[in-house]
Design a protein around this ligand. Structure first.
Ligand SMILES: NC(=O)c1ccc[n+]([C@@H]2O[C@H](COP(=O)([O-])OP(=O)(O)OC[C@H]3O[C@@H](n4cnc5c(N)ncnc54)[C@H](OP(=O)(O)O)[C@@H]3O)[C@@H](O)[C@H]2O)c1
Length: 255
């Protein structure tokens, strides 16, 4: 049985970086499936992976907000004699702004991609996970507490964090670990779409980190079976604060 890595959101940012680092470091993986909507980006990534490893790369142009494309992935897996060594759910997006200022479509699309598609991809992949294997889900530090001006996005990431931690517990002893990755702001294309309605608060720019560093830590944490991966002193401090200071008090600083 061939061992594969499946990476969603691979056409840019964190997903792309996961694909490159997995190509370099996951020696037992023979084939990498890279998933997103932009085929040209995925084709370029395929070339880059071929330059640094001998792994086979399968480009899957899928819109994960469409049930038909999720079904395609399910059928593809059923036809393969493959075991998943690592699944990375990195497809996702967020838009900033008060809920009554952003479109209804953007709100429900965030829920659809960040939550529904992530759960669907995980569910479908679970029977194919090898022993041992890793599921790596992109949550966010936005999951740690409600965030005015990022309300729906933060709520979707709370779901990802909660779901991932519970699943990690369910999988204990079965060789499958689930790691929720919770970075603060990362320097990717994420903010192109995120800032259509409202700008990021300027102070956040000082916390921007590189995708390479977030992914390196996430892969190390997944390797060690950690249920959460939080990169950087600032975000670990934020996480600490949200666990000791009442949410109602912290929320006062957000408006
Ligand atoms: N950047 C940050 O500050 C940050 C912080 C914390 C958590 N995160 C999370 O990290 C994950 C990756 O974000 P990023 O920073 O790497 O953003 P990014 O550079 O914008 O990448 C997002 C990826 O999702 C894919 N995608 C979007 N809609 C899709 C759809 N309908 N179907 C399939 N793929 C879709 C995009 O590819 P196509 O457009 O080609 O489909 C792209 O590859 C997201 O879940 C995000 O919420 C990001």
């Amino acid at each position: 049985m061939k061992k594969i890595a499946v990476i969603t959101g691979a056409s840019s940012g964190l997903g792309r970086e996961f694909a490159l680092q997995i190509a370099r470091h996951y020696k037992t993986v023979q084939e990498i499936w890279i998933i997103a909507r932009r085929t040209d980006r995925l084709d370029n990534l395929k070339k880059e992976i071929k330059e640094i490893s001998d792994k086979t790369v399968r480009v899957l142009t899928l819109d994960l907000s469409k049930q038909s494309d999720i079904d395609f992935y399910k059928k593809l897996l059923e036809r393969q004699h493959a075991g998943i060594r690592v699944l990375v759910n990195a497809a996702g997006f967020g838009v900033m702004g008060h809920v009554d200022k952003i479109s209804y479509e953007d709100s429900v699309d965030m829920v659809d991609l960040n939550c529904r598609a992530l759960i669907a991809m995980t569910h479908i992949s679970l029977p194919y996970m090898t022993y041992p294997s890793n599921i790596i889900n992109m949550a966010s530090s936005a999951a740690f507490m409600p965030q005015p001006s990022f309300a729906v996005y933060a709520a979707t990431k709370s779901l990802v964090l909660s779901f991932s931690r519970a699943l990690n517990q369910e999988m204990a002893g079965k060789g499958v670990t689930v790691t929720a990755v919770c970075p603060g702001p990362v320097d990717t294309e994420f903010f192109d779409r995120a800032q259509v309605y409202a700008q990021m608060i300027p102070v956040k720019k000082y916390f921007l980190v590189k995708p390479e560093d977030v992914v390196r830590k996430a892969l190390t944490d997944a390797y060690h079976g950690k249920e959460m991966s939080v990169y950087g002193v600032a975000m670990n401090a934020f996480r600490g604060l949200t666990s000791v200071i009442p949410t109602s008090v912290i929320l006062k600083f957000f408006n």
